[in-house]
Design a protein around this ligand. Structure first.
Ligand SMILES: [Zn+2]
Length: 303
């Protein structure tokens, strides 16, 4: 059918798979060889990135999403992980959207990091630029960086959107300084939320083309990368509650952004002290069991 892209397994390259889930127009298959779950076929607007430069823009630049992204608590876990492995130098954030991660890195650790962001979506990138972030617009995997090299390349919630994540990782490897690191965060297909909710989970939706577990994520990076650390982080019980009750109806972008905004506000409020302690404990326990919402890996290029 026109306007669709048929895929091989994004992890092992295998062409043998069986249907495993259908939700609306999204069709997921499971690879017979490595058990990776991925969307196939996919509408070409997601494959080319055109979606993110048109329909996606209103979401990424909505006041609720921007306020949540730019809140000091939004990238707390990510910043902790990142700064433990990279103490300074030039940093490239791929799929940087409105630039919030880089903004935090630049302003909180003044002078340590030299930040650059890239994205296919023009309007959020303009916003990043307005916040003083140097930005490069276009498809990172084919980008000419004129010999520029980085101490770190980051992909925060990006690889799940790409038809060929391996190509982006190979490009990251090519633009790193010797000893440089690559940090990847993706939704965790084995999370408590994904297990409890199954197809009802709001993050099983058409923008997500790849559904990683710890095992398939490690397999994707094996060979080219050494894994320095793997973490499972973030937990949003409100999402579980809402998706369970709604039975998996589609969640509009505006609603997604509004929940993010409310969750962020909650994380910053002072009066919920005991709730916060319980929440942190739950997140930390789930993280220890690799059942939290996201998986993050810190990678160094194999010698
Ligand atoms: Zn496979």
């Amino acid at each position: 059918m026109a306007g669709e892209l048929s895929r091989l397994c994004p992890v092992c390259g295998g062409g043998s798979f069986s249907p495993c889930l259908q939700k609306g127009t999204l069709r997921l298959v499971r690879c017979h060889s490595c058990s990776m779950v991925f969307a196939n076929p996919v509408p070409s607007c997601f494959a080319t990135g055109d979606y993110y430069d048109s329909e996606g823009t209103s979401y990424y630049l909505s006041p609720a999403k921007l306020e949540s992204d730019y809140s000091p608590v939004r990238f707390e876990r990510e910043l902790g992980l990142f700064t433990r492995h990279c103490s300074g130098g030039p940093v490239l954030d791929v799929g940087c959207s409105s630039g919030a991660f880089l903004y935090q890195l630049k302003t909180r650790y003044s002078g340590r990091y030299d930040v650059v962001g890239t994205d296919v979506s023009g309007a959020p990138l303009d916003h990043a630029g307005s916040r003083g972030i140097r930005v490069l617009r276009g498809d990172f995997s084919g980008m000419d960086l004129a010999g520029e090299r980085f101490a770190a390349v980051t992909f925060w919630a990006v690889l799940e959107h790409l038809p060929d994540p391996a190509r982006f990782l190979a490009k990251a490897a090519a633009v790193l300084e010797p000893g440089g690191i690559c940090v990847v965060l993706v939704p965790n297909m084995n999370s408590l939320a994904a297990r409890v909710l199954g197809a009802r989970y709001r993050y099983i939706y058409d923008q997500h083309l790849n559904y990683f577990t710890r095992r398939t994520l490690h397999r994707l990076v094996s060979g080219q990368w050494e894994v320095l650390e793997t973490r499972s982080m973030h937990f949003n019980p409100v999402v579980i509650w809402q998706d369970w009750r709604s039975g998996g109806r589609a969640v509009a972008n505006a609603e997604r952004a509004s929940l993010l905004q409310r969750t962020t506000a909650l994380k910053q409020s002072r009066w919920i002290g005991p709730v916060k302690v319980a929440y942190r404990l739950a997140e930390s326990m789930l993280g220890g069991l690799a059942l939290a919402d996201n998986l993050a890996v810190v990678l160094r290029r194999s010698q």
